[in-house]
Design a protein around this ligand. Structure first.
Ligand code: ZN
Length: 148
């Protein structure tokens, strides 16, 4: 199976059965991400305990790519430290926007390399990561981040 097929299969599977698609209550960090270009809208919620992600979830509506991205992101970040989350976020954004080698710690998230071929889709894949970054910066105050 080539990367293109793997990519499509993973996206479809995660879109159908998103992981961590739920509220986190109580949560310590929260952000609401919007991608007006496509109509994707997700909130990302985290509960940090001693600088580690104890619980993480996301909820909202969006296309298959944005939803699959949220599913795989939340799976990847559980148990990680804030620094590890931010490092992974940088690597992910590099993966979908830059033509350079990225670190191996992305694991399964590497299938998103496929979106680079579809520039309009990059924002869909990046949305939940932007919201994550915003949540970690802002804490639990109610606010919204937009890709536009
Ligand atoms: Zn989208």
């Amino acid at each position: 199976m080539n990367l293109d097929e793997l990519y499509k299969q993973m996206i479809l599977e995660h879109n159908k059965h998103p992981r961590n698609f739920k509220d986190v209550d109580p949560c310590t960090h929260y952000s609401h991400g919007k991608n007006p270009l496509c109509g994707d809208e997700f909130k990302v919620m985290l509960r940090l305990q001693s600088n580690c992600v104890e619980e993480i979830g996301f909820l909202g509506v969006g296309c298959a790519i944005s939803k699959a991205s949220g599913s795989m992101m939340t799976d990847a970040l559980k148990g990680k430290t804030v620094e590890e989350c931010l490092a992974l976020k940088d690597q992910f954004l590099d993966l979908v926007t830059q033509d350079k080698e990225v670190g191996s710690s992305l694991g399964k998230l590497k299938v998103f390399e496929g979106v680079k071929q579809f520039p309009v889709r990059v924002k869909c894949a990046a949305l939940v990561w932007r919201a994550l970054e915003d949540a970690l910066e802002q804490g639990s105050e109610e606010h919204t981040v937009s890709t536009e």
